[in-house]
Write a protein of this length. Structure first.
Length: 291
């Protein structure tokens, strides 16, 4: 009902996140999973491109800054790996399909299945209910959170990586393709933490620097006791405000935690920072969410 929806929306504005269970069907989730299986099966990764993904600042700078593979992935489908899955020569120590951390960042533009999900009528309708006037899709990612090795994602705000003027124009859509539990690394949030701006930005480094990106500002020490877990069932959607603080733990379980996530920007009256790692390209300007 309309009343129920307006209550949910006020919940989103209060907390900075909103859980919508059963947003996508099991069939839609399975179609994304089988599509990604095919993409991984065909994946050819040049050894110099085997960047590992980590959100710990130093490791992040080393891993992402060591090549422009990450920086130029905004309009492509590219592969990022967990720590410890490659030997010093860049060869896989475990099967490649079990070593991959994420695939990004333009699945929504280049893959028919992910494009269809991103622009599905349900998502467009949700955008309209949220009052988005000119939403554009800026990036998408498939996240694997592999059993036993799916790394932790330390507390962060998405606007650290996707900066806009003014703030408050970035929105994440996070879709559980399998049940996400406390055991396999569900998301945790600090409710209401989206109202204090951002403390840190990841920016493109000056040309000639040893890394491609650098961090400006500092990350505050977050109080662990303020985080609440958001377990969600397969097919559920979590809406994530660009400035809400969230994290996920290491996957210590025997089951993976696949998710598809994409970010939308309200383009009306908004400027995208030229310093962001991700930039629209002539080949792929940010597509409108509404079709």
């Amino acid at each position: 009902s309309g009343v129920e929806q307006s209550l949910r929306l006020s919940q989103f504005h209060r907390d900075g996140f909103l859980v919508l269970e059963q947003f996508f069907s099991a069939e839609e989730c399975d179609s994304m999973r089988s599509q990604i299986q095919g993409i991984v099966a065909e994946m050819e990764v040049p050894p110099h491109c085997r960047t590992e993904f980590s959100t710990r600042e130093k490791e992040q700078l080393q891993a992402q800054g060591s090549s422009d593979y990450f920086l130029t992935s905004g309009d492509k489908i590219r592969f990022f790996f967990e720590k410890g899955v490659l030997d010093e020569k860049g060869n896989f120590l475990i099967p490649k399909e079990k070593s991959i951390s994420k695939i990004g960042h333009a699945l929504h533009a280049h893959d028919p299945v992910f494009k269809q999900i991103t622009h599905s009528s349900k998502v467009q309708e949700l955008g309209r209910k949220l009052g988005l006037e000119r939403p554009v899709v800026v990036q998408s990612m498939y996240i694997f959170k592999q059993p036993g090795i799916g790394g932790e994602v330390t507390p962060h705000q998405d606007a650290t990586f996707l900066h806009t003027e003014p703030l408050g124009r970035i929105l994440g859509f996070w879709i559980a393709l399998e049940d996400a539990t406390q055991e396999n690394g569900c998301l945790w949030f600090i409710p209401g933490s989206h109202t204090n701006g951002i403390s840190r930005r990841m920016v493109r480094a000056a040309s000639g620097a040893s890394t491609c990106v650098e961090f400006v500002g500092s990350e505050p020490a977050y109080d662990d006791s303020q985080f609440i877990p958001l377990p969600i069932n397969k097919g559920g959607l979590i809406l994530i405000h660009g400035e809400v603080v969230h994290k996920s733990d290491l996957n210590s379980s025997g089951s993976s935690r696949h998710a598809f996530t994409f970010h939308v920007m309200e383009a009306k009256g908004t400027s995208w920072s030229r310093e962001n790692w991700l930039q629209p390209t002539p080949e792929l300007p940010f597509p409108s969410l509404y079709t």
